[in-house]
Design a protein around this ligand. Structure first.
Ligand SMILES: Nc1ncnc2c1ncn2[C@@H]1O[C@H](COP(=O)(O)OP(=O)(O)OP(=O)(O)O)[C@@H](O)[C@H]1O
Length: 262
């Protein structure tokens, strides 16, 4: 069903949810310069679901993703991530929440002086598992098709390969929640498809939740659910099929309106 209003069943915390957002408002700036960019967002992401967040540029997708990743402080409303209410948490507690999240951003931020494997191993070190770090890193890189590139430095890798190293780094500790911002934007069609297929398999095998911002219409089918954000408000929450049908209908309506104007 194509819902224009998200259903509100959001009154208490629930174990089956990876992310639970209630009446969230977010503002950039203060005083006269304050600008509201998210308006009364209420949203539930069940564990194991793959959710695509889409919408026009500037609609607030990245802001919402960074709030869910405990990378920004919430100002108004409630936000529970992996069972923890983020409102009121101190810096150290926020860092602990982030440890359970895998972040994949468009800018891969690899260390140029380290090999692919060493870049991934750094993430394993954060969990204190020094003895197995190389093995874990190589296993993850191999799963992403980089078995023969583990000892290459980023400058010797293609854009798609670098992005896959960044993904390996995000996933190597088996996070329960993966937040991805345009993970396929810099990739060709095949590499982009490989990346989302991998995320899809991981979500199904390990039950992790994926929230992914994308404008890439080629990968919409991988999602269980598509949330459309417009001007900081949730405009719709639907299945990929219903979303595509709705968009096609909108486009046809626009074309026929144009024909009448001509
Ligand atoms: N650090 C900031 N300070 C002030 N305003 C900001 C800041 N970051 C984002 N904004 C504004 O907040 C609004 C939402 O931005 P956001 O980046 O979340 O949108 P988006 O949907 O992710 O856009 P895009 O698809 O272009 O990445 C925009 O109007 C943007 O200009």
């Amino acid at each position: 069903m194509f819902k224009t209003q998200p259903q509100s069943t959001l009154d208490s915390s629930r174990d089956d949810l990876a992310v639970q957002i209630q009446h969230l408002n977010y503002f950039f700036g203060v005083g006269d310069l304050s600008k509201q960019v998210l308006f009364d967002i209420s949203l539930e992401l069940p564990k194991g679901q793959i959710v695509i967040l889409t919408g026009p540029s500037g609609s607030g997708k990245t802001t919402l993703l960074t709030l869910a990743g405990a990378l920004r402080r919430l100002q108004d409303g409630s936000l529970r991530v992996l069972g923890k209410e983020l409102v009121g948490l101190g810096d150290r507690a926020l860092v602990n929440v982030r440890r359970n999240i895998g972040f994949i951003f468009q800018a891969h931020n690899l260390f140029e002086s380290l090999t692919a494997s060493q870049n991934v191993e750094m993430a394993v070190e954060l969990t204190g598992k020094f003895a197995s770090k190389r093995e874990q890193s190589v296993t993850m890189l191999s799963a992403l098709g980089l078995a023969d590139r583990v000892d290459y430095k980023p400058k010797s890798l293609s854009g798609g390969q670098k992005q896959r190293v960044a993904i390996a780094r995000a996933l190597v500790n088996h996070p329960k929640l993966i937040l991805a911002d345009e993970p396929t934007a810099a990739l060709d069609k095949k590499s982009g498809r490989d990346v989302v297929t991998y995320l899809h398999n991981l979500s199904r095998q390990e039950g992790c939740t994926v929230l992914m911002v994308t404008h890439d219409n080629r990968i919409l089918d991988v999602a269980d659910r598509i949330i459309n954000l417009v001007d900081g408000r949730l405009e719709s929450d639907s299945t990929p099929n219903d979303f595509v049908q709705h968009k096609t209908q909108e486009a046809l309506t626009e074309v026929s309106a144009d024909m009448f104007i001509m």
